[in-house]
Design a binder for this molecule. Structure first.
Ligand code: ADP
Ligand code: ADP
Length: 225
């Protein structure tokens, strides 16, 4: 069964705008378990909007978002927040790590917030950091890490509570091409090893080609390419 179904999603912005902007106009997508999908689109086409709707950060105007078989439309904001916390991991272009905490601590803290015992949280944080090649950086703070390393820690943090779905918005968009390739490899390894399903927005055709399939956001709908 699909872990994520977007069915005929529409979303517009109007607040404070002279004319309404119809960003999504009937976007549909089914993502299977363990599937890795590249999302490509020109800047401004609505990738972030789509990822926010898919991850229950925004409500669509119409259409449905089902996560692990549950339609989320009629749920309260609290319920939606609960599903998001238990099921969805987000990664952005910028790492948003907490500067005063070490790499391990940044991956441990979300687990403690989810009532995982500290010992288990630390073990799992180290395991994730090992997977992305940061076994020697556990105790470094973000400022002591390179840009690529910071982003790899952010991936681990996004996966700390074992989400079923990863939504990533240009996760290597801030890095130089060589670093970007390495960091992307780390992300793919992490996704494959944890059995996650992932929808990853990227401008980079070579990176997109390394995923299972690619969908393009065009005129507000998703088309397979
Ligand atoms: P992308 O991530 O593909 O660059 P976005 O989803 O961020 O695209 O934005 C799509 C369009 O919607 C853009 O034209 C943007 O200006 C507009 N937009 C995004 N967020 C808002 C908002 N909160 N209010 C008004 N317009 C917005
Ligand atoms: P990059 O080549 O990616 O820009 P840097 O030159 O910034 O990386 O850093 C090289 C290595 O040194 C990185 O692996 C990083 O973890 C480590 N490093 C950088 N700054 C510090 C610091 N202040 N304390 C400890 N280690 C650091």
């Amino acid at each position: 069964d699909p872990v994520l179904i977007l069915d005929d999603i529409s979303h517009s912005y109007h607040r404070g705008l002279p004319t309404q902007v119809d960003v999504l106009r009937g976007a549909s997508l089914e993502m299977g378990p363990g599937e890795l999908i590249a999302l490509v689109a020109p800047s401004g086409a609505g990738k972030s909007t789509l990822l926010h709707v898919a991850g229950l950060l925004d409500r669509q105007d119409s259409g449905s978002v089902s996560i692990k078989g549950q339609d989320t439309w009629n749920l309260s904001d609290d319920k939606r927040t609960g599903i998001r916390r238990d099921t969805v991991g987000f990664v952005y272009q910028f790492h948003h790590l907490l500067p005063e905490f070490s790499a391990v601590e940044n991956v441990v803290l979300p687990q403690l917030a989810n009532a995982v015992p500290e010992r288990d949280a630390i073990d799992y944080a180290r395991q994730l950091l090992d997977t992305v090649g940061l076994g020697h950086r556990y105790d470094h703070r973000p400022a002591e890490l390179s840009g690529g390393e910071q982003q790899r820690v952010a991936f681990c943090r996004a996966l700390a509570n074992r989400p079923a779905i990863l939504l990533a918005d240009e996760p290597t968009g801030n890095l130089d091409p060589t670093t970007s390739d390495q960091v992307f490899d780390a992300l793919l390894t992490l996704v494959r090893e944890t059995g996650l399903s992932a929808l990853i927005a990227t401008h980079n055709a070579e990176l997109a080609a390394r995923m299972d399939r690619t969908v393009k956001l065009e005129e507000g709908v998703l088309v397979s390419v």
